[in-house]
Design a protein around this ligand. Structure first.
Ligand SMILES: [Zn+2]
Length: 297
């Protein structure tokens, strides 16, 4: 590990270990309705949506924003148990008070900022999250919310009139293609990314219910999770990214599989892709390394 006197130009800790690029591509499926907070309208919590123009027609699509996924992943890491303590207490790294220590597995990958002193540039970026099909979100009435019990009105009559509290939900069964991209990290650092990605799946969405799973589809002769993990020095495979202009689940799944199966080299030392169950095992094995390295003892 480097000390302050042998600071690197990049500001990142020096390491003798080889660095590579790693990408995770997945199609996530919400097994139940999901709520994603957005701005609060009067007495309605609105889910985050994006508008997409396709062939001159405007579609409204649900959205799991990459910044939200990033926040959930970071919290999943910091709130993990590390020998009876939360990892954040063990390494003294929080949100927003990131520690920027060379030894911090979270700051080294996600980036950190110690005001006026040190900046770690995050080397993992999050992408995607626009749902495939364009279904209108459901708006439901929930129990009274204490903060919204009274209308913000001057008239006494309305002041004492409790307001129902409504929330918008994204429909179950929506598919969300997402990807995480890691630039120049070590296999050890990838273990942080893999653990965070897997742990975040049960916690995506604000409030309750929460959680997404990997969408599955017939891939070759098997029913497999729609998941791809790349590790490479040169990007020699087609990137399985679904265009937001696709609104049909079947077309999206077919496009994902076709792109994932396109690998333009046989040199695994420069480009290695795992797909389906092999990709899931790749992530799980890496996540186990994170647990062993940072959470045990
Ligand atoms: Zn940290």
């Amino acid at each position: 590990m480097s000390s302050d006197k042998d600071k690197t130009l990049s500001g990142l800790p020096e390491s003798d270990l080889p660095k590579k690029h790693y990408d995770i591509y997945a199609v996530l499926e919400a097994p139940q309705e999901l709520y994603f907070g957005d701005e609060k309208e009067v007495n309605v919590n609105v889910i985050e949506k994006v508008r997409v123009m396709i062939d001159g027609r405007e579609y409204e699509k649900c959205y799991i924003s990459p910044t939200k996924r990033r926040g959930v992943e970071r919290r999943c890491l910091l709130w993990s148990d590390a020998g009876g303590k939360l990892l954040m207490d063990k390494i003294e790294c929080g949100i927003p008070n990131t520690c920027c220590k060379n030894t911090c597995p979270v700051c080294c990958v996600f980036g950190g900022l110690e005001a006026g002193k040190k900046t770690f540039i995050g080397r993992m970026t999050h992408s995607g999250g626009v749902s495939v099909s364009s279904q209108i979100a459901l708006e439901k009435q929930r129990a009274m919310h204490p903060a919204l019990m009274y209308k913000n009105s001057d008239t006494d009559k309305e002041k004492h009139n409790p307001m129902p509290y409504r929330k918008e939900y994204a429909q179950p069964g929506l598919l969300y293609p997402v990807s995480n991209h890691c630039l120049s990290i070590t296999e050890q650092e990838f273990s942080t990314a893999a653990y965070a990605f897997l742990m975040s799946l049960n916690r995506l969405g604000a409030g309750n219910p929460k959680g997404v799973s990997f969408a599955r589809a017939k891939w070759g002769n098997e029913d497999l999770p729609l998941l791809v993990v790349d590790e490479y020095r040169v990007p020699m495979g087609d990137r399985p990214i679904i265009s937001p202009s696709i609104v049909d689940n079947k077309s999206a799944v077919a496009a994902f599989i076709k792109l994932a199966d396109t690998i333009n080299t046989d040199k695994t030392e420069i480009f290695k892709r795992s797909t389906g169950n092999a990709a899931l095992k790749r992530l799980q094995d890496a996540a186990a390394v994170f647990e062993k390295t940072y959470l045990q003892s």
